[in-house]
Write a protein of this length. Sequence first.
Lengths: 134, 224, 239
Amino acid sequence: MAAAQQATVDTGKVKDLLAAHRAEMKRYLSHCMHCTLCAESCFLFMARDKDPRYMPSYKVLNSLGVLYRRRGRVERSFLEKIKKIVWRNCVLCRRCYCPVGVDIPRMIALARAVCRSQGVYPDFDEQGHQESWL
Amino acid sequence: MIIAHRKPLEEIVEMLGQLNPVLVLGCGGCTSICLAGGQREAEQLAADLREDYGNRGGQLEVNTYTIERQCNADFFADIDRLAGDYQAIVSTACGAGVQFVAERYPRLPVLPALNTDFVGFDKDVGWYEENCRTCGDCVLGETGGICPVTRCAKSLFNGPCGGTRADGTCEVDPDIPCAWFEIHKRLREQGRLELITRVRPAREWQNQIRRTVIQEPYRERYGK
Amino acid sequence: MEEFIRGPLVWIAFAVFFAGLLLQGWLFFRNTSPRQRRRLAVPEPKKKKPQKDKKTPLTPAALYAWLVNGSSACYQRHWPRLRRTVLFTHPFMTVVTVVFHTFLFAAPLLARAHNELLRRGLGAGLPSLADAAVDAMTLVVLLCGAIFLWRRLLVRRVRAITTFYDYLVLAITLAPFVTGFMAAHHWLDYHTVILVHIGCGELMLMAIPFTKLGHMIYFFLYRFLLPGEYSFGQGSRAW
């Protein structure tokens, strides 16, 4: 992983992925009312003392939202940061409920795909993985 | 969780035959957690295939892509775009995932890279034990939390048979503990030994057909 | 400037509003195709046609049975899913938002002055409510808006995802109501206030299709047309 961490981000690849889903995702992002009514539908939010960082909307806005806002120009350290959001803080159970109808799971899945395109993904045999991932 | 392991490379190569180019489709679900078919393993398989073809003087054009789950249509948007560029997909998902992909792209050969083994738990990193045969008729409440279907060589609902050895192992293999001996021990510790005398009707194992589950609140939605 | 806000900009605002909604609708239908949905691996569920019961004579006993059995069946069928919707996780917010959105449309559409202008301009208008009723509606909208603002400012989880844009959109939405109320009661200089009121209204109309206020149209498109666990009906389009 050390070599991968030093490598730079292939911005073209990230941009291609974002562009392929732009119509759908930009619309979803622009119609999130930031109302937080999705929070209770996330079992992790409920299980983590209602920590706002586990709200579905928080997770989407701080991963995919930032990727689109920065038009894909992000550093590897940022991908490492959103790796924690989209894998550790979300299990992609697809049970989140948005009153407006924003498809939150697909946005998380796209954020994961962007990370994967740069070789950023969880290692399930890394030291202490039980604590950090499961 | 579903546990699987990779097929021998020769078998995958044989399945592929002349198919070229190939997409190795990784799965971010169970098979990535059991270290058999996640992104890393998919990329490893692609590298192994490339090397194998190279060693034999051939060339295989092989790319990898990993989606979050291969058993749900929600995650296929990217593959829908990519699939047309390939002659075959090698899926590193479980059997369910492979069939889902095959059903979605019926004109494309979809080949399994893994052998799907069982539903089990993590003993340690990379070490898994079978614990459930998904028989659909759970008796764990009466057997001290030890599954006789999985852990008895004969899958007896009413045991033990006459094959238990004196040291409590199975006649099939001296290294395997007799499941019903274990159940007896556990129930005795719990003071619920009378449960072992309860007779459970033998299960009908033959003529298994494909099973469907629709949860009660959703019956209406699917008109069932 | 004043003439522009009172005259052409009104028409421009309405044109942008309606054209914007049409544009957004067109974009949605262009970007989603039912053909994609047909490619799904899992075939769409076939709906069984409900069997028509033979007509029974309407006696009090039959009516009673229909009510009791019907409501209990309805309860059993819908309760497990309904329970998990925001109606039950956030009953207060559900009431606030429903009331807010209802009066948000009702107050301006049923205000006497608005309809008078419409009748003068187009020769026809909607029926009007008494001024006191519209005043009450406006105050309720503002109260709900204040609740939204209070949530943005003080509730931890809302604050966690609030940006300047949220305050801006809330201000754009509430400004016409504040100024409208002021104008109706001739607070401050009427001439200035009514001009500001018209300007705010025009701004809001033009903002709706192009900001997150677009959920006015997209709420229905998402909820009814995209298939999903919580969509109404089956949904027939896919992204």
